[in-house]
Ligand binder design. Structure first.
Ligand code: PLP
Length: 414
């Protein structure tokens, strides 16, 4: 299927790079060095082609159509659900709800699962490193219900302190929300352990898998979580589509999140009988092409093999960590033993925005700022970092370009 399918244990990066047309472009007369993958990754031609083929050959509205194209579109959409369910390790395809992305998935759980169940005195336990999209939906539901947010701190490396976490699990803890991988620090959190501790206390776990999907073999059933959220665009798929996985029995007990077409069985002015999950949570015409693109992205990852991808990215991260740490005035932010593909750092005397702007003149794209993790930044006493984040198509030479660019920043600010 892909030119790069042959390599499963190791990755032929040069072959993979040819799958990503945008990597051949130049920025300001320099070859593009794209190190902003944690914000959004680039798209392989297999994903672009799947979306194009869908629109060229199969498009119509899904479900309830009796004509040929409606059937093709429905098959494409529901087939995408099968692929996503398999890739996530779901036991049942009906446990996969298509949503706009991780943000919408967490809002759905907060409003549909948590809001009817929480009351004054209940606690929602989050970690210090959460992305705003795993904080703000819980703040909203806390305001609506009188529940309270409790925060589990990190150790000095940026890893969740499990003892402190456990100490904050109380009989009032109803929800535990945590990232699988931190977008700001790269920390891989001990999700299975956290889920087990939460389960023992009767708390429901909501895992933000936005940054795990591009790097780790996902296995929602094996992790022992209750809900798992992903965005396609961070894992080589299109924007505007993602998935919420939820335990079947929990989804079955949840009321609709939004009302409209597609999510009903029968409607009259007296009342509505809702469809079963997942349709109950997919009001309106869905992002059919997005689902098709998401499935193509997961097929692409599976064809290459997550283990091969993780090995390559681990090598890149180690190399980048050594090279960048050796630059005078660099301070790494996030040094946990278990990390994935993210290198956040400060450069003494230079604002992170200046670092990003100057690197851009060299064709090197990194992200600078608070990375939508302001409570984390506040706890570290910093306003912003520069962040290089790596994907399966990045190379050591590109890290050399980053390092050369950082040396240039230092010269300019000397
Ligand atoms: N969670 C984490 C850890 C993220 O890095 C992001 C995006 O940066 C999100 C959630 C939100 O994802 P989306 O904007 O695709 O909904």
């Amino acid at each position: 299927m892909t030119t790069a399918t042959q390599q499963r244990s190791t990755l032929d990066v040069e072959v993979c790079r040819r799958d990503f047309p945008i990597l051949a472009t130049e920025v300001r007369g320099r070859p593009l060095v794209y190190l902003d993958n944690a914000a959004s990754s680039q798209k392989p031609r297999q994903v672009i082609a799947a979306i194009e083929t869908y629109y060229r050959e199969k498009h119509a509205n899904v479900h309830r159509g009796v004509h040929h194209l409606a059937q093709l579109a429905t098959d494409a959409y529901e087939g995408a659900r099968d692929t996503v369910a398999r890739h996530l390790g779901a036991r049942d395809r009906r446990e996969v709800v298509f949503v706009r992305g991780t943000t919408e998935a967490i809002n759905l759980v907060a409003q549909s699962f948590a809001r009817p169940r929480l009351g004054a005195g209940d606690e929602i336990l989050l970690t210090q490193l959460e992305h705003h999209s795993n904080i703000v939906p819980w703040q909203l539901v806390a305001q609506q219900t009188g529940a309270r947010i409790v925060v589990a701190p990190l150790d000095a490396t940026g890893q969740l302190d499990l003892e402190q976490f456990e100490a904050r699990l109380s009989p009032q803890t109803r929800i535990v929300g945590l990232a699988h991988v931190s977008n700001a620090l790269g920390t891989v959190l001990p999700v299975a352990e956290v889920c087990e501790l939460a389960r023992q206390r009767g708390a429901v776990t909501v895992v933000d898998g936005a940054q795990a999907a591009p790097h780790l073999q996902l296995d929602v059933a094996g992790l022992g979580c209750d809900f798992y959220a992903v965005s396609a665009h961070k894992a080589y798929g299109p924007t505007g589509i993602g998935a919420l996985w939820g335990r079947g029995e929990l989804l079955a007990a949840m009321p609709p999140y939004q009302g409209g077409g597609e999510m009903i069985r029968t409607v009259s002015f007296e009342g509505t009988d809702f469809a079963e999950a997942p349709a109950r949570f997919e009001a309106g015409t869905p992002n059919i092409a997005g689902a098709v693109g998401m499935a193509a992205a997961f097929d692409y990852l599976d064809a290459l093999g997550l283990e091969a991808i993780a090995n390559h990215e681990h090598d890149l991260l180690e190399y980048a960590t050594r090279q960048v740490a050796a630059i005078e005035g660099v301070q790494l932010v996030g040094t946990a033993a278990n990390k994935a593909s993210v290198l956040s750092f400060l450069l003494d005397g230079v604002h992170a925005h200046d670092v990003g702007t100057i690197l851009d003149t060299e064709g090197v794209a990194v992200r600078v700022g608070h990375h939508c993790a302001q409570p984390l930044m506040d706890s570290l006493g910093i306003a912003a970092t520069a962040r290089a984040s790596f994907a399966l198509y990045n190379t050591r030479q590109e890290i050399d370009a980053l390092v050369a660019g950082l040396e240039r920043v230092r010269e300019l600010f000397a």
